[in-house]
Design a protein. Structure first.
Length: 677
């Protein structure tokens, strides 16, 4: 029977991720394999414990002959040789071999290790299976070695974008397998460390490394295998719930199904579950490498608000909204696991992200009327505190916007002013739904903002948006953010044609994705920062561009953009913070994963399949299939009904609760709460 966790596995021999990006999470602890070794472990993070310098590994002694596992790259007898690895959500499985003819005879051992981060406690279990491939019995001994490095206990409110560093090096307590400093104890547990192995026999050994407060021991299970089983069962439960909440994708288009799953798992590894965190699950921004065990609203609520509300459900989504509101969405750029707001300034996209997530919640699960004044107040905040240029707001410098490495996209810009207009339109729609008389006023404000964007920011000669600085300076930046303004309805048809003309190879498009700055923009394009300055893009940006193109009725271009990202499904275990667009590669110095990677599955559901839930409980479905294969989304759960959307070139079928309700040429269909219309 196929193991559901294997559906998300990746053979790391095929991976192009940097070695320091490979790690595994229990959604409570995260740890990483030591590159090039079969049993080595590097680092462990599990709030409040940070042990990024910790190194652990094993050596084998076979009939008195020491077989080191150090990743030795020399010649002759280099010890245990790394032979490959597989990443799964719950573990990393590595294989190794030792086959060397000694004077006393051939020593041949096969080794398989499983590195499993612990759940409910900080640390990891390393299970090692050794097979005797000699033609004689072998006396085998396992020799653990631990180098604790600097370790510290970090308050939950201090976990931020970068992995915590610092602390002191624990000292070993006598002859015990315990190391301790003033705050943290590291304990090493094992079941057995030696065996007499007959020819062909396999023995399993398990060692656990656990972090606790100084002076405190961790209660031991009946067996260390039970600890590993807890992580496996946690992941099985999460996968099962997620595959119920999200529709299944079936397709004959090579690479698309793998990409859809890789996108989904990129979101799931960010749903941390810890009893001391303020909300459970807590949508972290990254986390897999120990950095980003905090929440950035733009990454989570903004980029993937539609899929995240499906995964969290109505109650969990409302909990996350309240978390952002109470933490100070108008005052802080991000939030620590205990709800502490970090950095005393407002990020320009945070309030839109909050509003977008609320709108996604209302559309998917139903309107929560008492949140209307909260959303209205959210929009008023920027209106009151930011400088104005007519109907447009000045959002400040890079620190508040895209953090480009050159001047240009600052102050009065098309996006996020266009997001403001979108929010006022949604507020108007919500007011009308609630029977309030404010709707027309909000629509008027939205229209004025859009008109100002067109009149004040559009440069008709450049056929692009300009940025306006205080004092009169102007810049034209060919930034991918212009397409967010397009998505928010700020463009005329002529402006749309001008913007879309740049979606081509050599400008915004590369073979393996999109560029955050057009390669034709000589003033601003550079390769230092693919995130927002060119040569690649933020993890969720390419799929969101594809979703935008489907939303405005440009399916051919949408598919052209999305399919450039399909390599990720076969080459990366999860979507990184950013990746290059001209080669299937990732900057090693940035975060290893990002929750915005879930935008790929979102683009397929809400873009290609055209699923658009409405406030009144009706559902719009407008499939826009690619011209090169069949795609089916099965089991979209909406207001008590399950929908399937089957797509083929020039044709679609829509099924509700097992009964076909439409078959024919793809077009917009409106489905009411009780019956198809």
């Amino acid at each position: 029977m196929n193991d559901p966790l294997d559906n998300y596995a990746l053979d790391l021999r095929k991976s192009t991720a940097p070695p320091n990006h490979i790690a595994v999470s229990s959604l409570y602890s995260v740890t990483a394999p030591q590159y090039g070794t079969v049993t080595g472990v590097k680092g462990c993070y599990s709030p409040p414990y940070a042990a990024g310098e910790l190194q652990f590994g094993l050596d084998l002694v076979a009939d008195g002959h020491k077989v080191e596992d150090t990743g030795n790259l020399g010649k002759r007898d280099c010890g245990l040789l790394f032979a490959g690895a597989v990443w799964r959500p719950d573990r990393i499985v590595r294989r190794g071999t030792y086959h060397w003819l000694k004077e006393e005879g051939l020593v041949s051992l096969g080794v398989i290790s499983e590195l499993v981060p612990l759940t409910g406690k900080a640390g990891f279990v390393l299970a090692v299976r050794v097979t005797n491939r000699c033609d004689r019995s072998v006396a085998l001994e396992i020799m653990p070695r631990l180098e604790p490095g600097s370790v510290r206990k970090v308050p939950l409110g201090a976990w931020n974008f970068s992995p915590p560093v610092g602390g002191t090096i624990p000292k070993r307590l006598g002859d015990e397998s315990v190391w301790e400093n003033e705050a943290v104890r590291i304990s090493v547990y094992h079941d057995r460390l030696s065996a007499i192995m007959s020819p062909g026999q396999e023995y399993a050994f398990r060692i656990a490394v656990v972090l606790t407060d100084a002076g405190r021991e961790s209660p031991l299970p009946n067996s260390l295998a039970d600890w590993a089983k807890e992580t496996e069962e946690r992941w099985r439960g999460l996968i099962a719930r997620s595959e119920t909440a999200m529709p299944r994708l079936e397709t004959d288009i090579p690479g698309l199904e793998a990409y859809y799953r890789r996108s989904l798992i990129s979101g799931l590894i960010c749903l941390w579950d810890h009893p001391e965190f303020k909300i459970r699950p807590f949508p972290v921004t990254s986390g897999i490498d120990g950095g980003g065990i905090n929440n950035y609203p733009w990454d989570a609520a903004g980029y993937v608000g539609q899929t995240l509300t499906m995964l969290l459900g109505s109650e969990g989504s409302l909990q996350y909204l309240r978390f952002m509101e109470e933490g100070g969405i108008d005052r802080h750029i991000c939030f620590a696991p205990d709800g502490t707001g970090y950095e005393p300034f407002a990020y320009s996209y945070s309030l839109w992200a909050f509003f977008h997530f609320a709108w996604s919640l209302f559309s998917q699960h139903g309107v929560i009327a008492e949140l209307y004044p909260v959303l209205r107040r959210v929009l008023e905040i920027d209106e009151e505190r930011l400088l104005r240029r007519g109907e447009l707001l000045d959002y400040g410098n890079h620190h508040h916007l895209l953090e480009m490495r050159g001047s240009g996209y600052e102050h009065v810009v098309a996006s996020p002013n266009a997001e403001r207009a979108w929010c006022y339109d949604r507020l108007a729609e919500l007011a009308a739904h609630l029977g309030l008389e404010e709707a027309e006023g909000w629509r008027g404000k939205s229209a004025r903002i859009r008109r100002a964007i067109r009149e004040d920011l559009w440069d008709d000669e450049a056929k692009w948006f300009r940025s306006l600085y205080p004092g009169g300076h102007r810049e034209i930046v060919y930034s991918i953010q212009a397409y967010d303004a397009l998505r928010m309805g700020a463009c005329t048809p002529e402006m749309e044609r001008a913007l879309l003309s740049h979606l081509r190879d050599g400008a915004f498009l590369g073979q393996f994705g999109v560029s955050s700055i057009s390669a034709e923009d000589e003033l601003h394009y550079e390769l230092n920062d693919p995130d927002w300055s060119g040569g690649g893009s933020f993890g969720g940006e390419g799929p969101i561009l594809a979703q935008t193109l489907w939303e405005i009725g440009r399916p051919e271009l949408a598919w052209d953009v999305l399919k450039r990202h399909l390599w990720i499904g076969a080459r990366l275990p999860y979507v990184p913070q950013e990746h290059y667009c001209d080669r299937p590669a990732v900057p090693a110095h940035k975060r290893a994963n990002n929750i915005s990677g879930m935008a790929g599955s979102q683009a397929i559901i809400f873009g290609m399949a055209g699923i658009r839930p409405q406030l009144d409980g009706s559902l719009h479905i407008h499939p826009q299939p690619p011209e090169e294969g069949r795609v089916s989304l099965i089991g979209y759960d909406f207001r008590g009904h399950l929908y399937d959307v089957h797509m083929a070139p020039g044709h679609c079928r829509i099924v509700r609760d097992g009964s076909e309700i439409y078959s024919g040429v793809p077009e917009l269909r409106t489905i009411g709460q009780a019956a198809a219309v």
